[in-house]
Design a protein around this ligand. Sequence first.
Ligand code: CA
Length: 693
Amino acid sequence: MKNSGLKIWLSVIFVCLSCLFARAQQKTYAIIMERINQDLQVGINDGVLTKRITKNLPALKSDGSWSDINYADVQYDPLNRIKDMASAYIRPSNKLYQNVELYGAIVKSLQHWLDKNPKNKNWWYNDIFYPQAIGQTLILMRNAKTQLPVELEKALINRMIRKLKTGDGANTSDEALHYLYRACLTQNRATLDSAAKYLFEPIAIADGKEGIQVDGSYYQHGKQQAIASYGRVFAGNSVNAAFYLRETEYALPKAQLAILVNYLKNTFLRTVRGSFYDFNVRGRGISRKDSLSSGMGGMVGKIKLFDPENAAYWDASALRTARKKAVDYGITASHSQYWKSGYTLHLRKAYTFSIQTASIRTLRTERGNNENILGKFLPDGATNIQRSGSEYANLMPVWEWDKIPGTTSRDYPDDNGATILKEWGTPGTTKFVGGVSDGIYGVSCYDLNYDSVQAKKAWFFFDKEVVCLGAGIKSSAKENITTTINQAWLRGDVASSNGAQANGKGEIWAIHDSIGYIFPQGGNLEISSKVQTGSWHRINHFQSKTELKHNVFKIWLNHGQNPQNASYQYIVVPGIDVAGLKKYNRSMIQILENTAEIQAVKHIGLDMLQAVFYKPGTLSAGGLSLRVDQACTVYIKDLNGKNPTLYIADPAQENAGIQVFLKLPGMLKPQNINCNLPAGALSGATATFKIKE
Ligand code: CA
């Protein structure tokens, strides 16, 4: 008796708890769905929305199809049009709010989609875009006074079901997002469990695989830098997921939050200057119109709601990327060496300077789906130099693609020379590619051997300037070999000392758009400031064929035909005018060596030395002696101070240790330093040694 009474009580308690639990769950679905609903309506301008709908509606036929849409190759429309109509229908602020005809149009166009079941040749539309767009429309329509017919909604929800391709980085989180929509619509716990799991799955360090790397960069399509291409999708989806699921039982776990915040703060957002991306981080997307416009405002604003700890930082970033504050607002100096991706990012209040390179460990920037057709030289030391941010925005259709800023290549007569013939990424050709960094300053190098052109290229990063050196430039190709300094929008005057001295040995300079260029040893400098023509279609077959004419500033050094051991040196000084350049104290910078064996620069004012040793060797200059027994990159801070610091890295990622012999002017006796280098996943990273007497 006693026992069965207890059993009854336990059952009652169990039923009650289940009820409570179910109710809590229901509340969770409602909270998440309302957040998604609000998010879908952020930034909607009712006037613009209504205009778009009234423009599109006349083409809607009685069977629910659009006369101007080819259903054999459906992309964003008609689903975007249907979503537009759903937004207007549920918004009290919209003229078409609760409009009966609009409701009819929504129902019949959705019914037509369901019956027709269009498919695209590109899986991305079928498995990602279609179910996402349907889910969004259905969530919006849940707010409608007159709901969609139950059977129609049910059938559309079933149509959203796709098998998840797990472990596919940004694509996985993209797919998991429509799982989340479906979970809310169906209040299905299992679907919500897997949505949360797979939305957050890519937030992890995926050493060598697609996703976030141990150095903070991002890979997709193999070992290819994809920080703001696929990494943008990853960032957007992860932020949305963390934002939707915050403060629920599904909230992003702390350890993963730290990984996401680190990626956003220390990599992703640093690649945006003002509201424009660095062109080096957009992958093949560089060939799409507006691809350098970050369109970030909304996303950054969400982060502080799940990461209140860094609220001040997110607020500053949101204001800056939305152009409500100056481009340097909240910017602090940093220097990041992404040894996994061959990417270097140097940030100052006055400018952004980045480099993209390729090695045998990584893939060259891809051409794919006939996008980025002419980007053959993008990973050959392309330098992105931004001040306002918009220096390159939408200039790509008219670029001369064998004169990408920073690269050394053959100067072809036409586009054929810059055409990537093979789809998707191919491996780089050399191994000595990387650099050393202390987080603020650093040096990077690139051993170029591509398209029958060889060169040793290096970049030395300081505060006001970046020193760019090239040596051992060699080619037997029939074209001239050129090193392009920049190719950007022509803005204002070009001033230069070029002309009389151009072929001489004396120092020459040029300045344009508040960026100064100094050539300490002259060189065959060429500058052009004229109209260049092209089209988006030229670089991307999905884009417009309309011919564009833009004014372009282009500056390059011509090494001539058949160079056998040519070299170059130039100093980029961003944030300066002609008067400033004349006053600029060039003697602060001493270029100690620029050969195919050693490239070294000393900065007197900053009291530092940066050097690239392409083979074991000794650098001697002004009482300083530095000998290394392996090829490496070295940077010494506080050269004349009491406790200098030695930073060292192996760009080839092969050596466990390097022996350094060092004699500095102030030292009583020389020192032998046994430098053990980071291993495993950290191979290629910088090692630090305090030098004490
Ligand atoms: Ca050319």
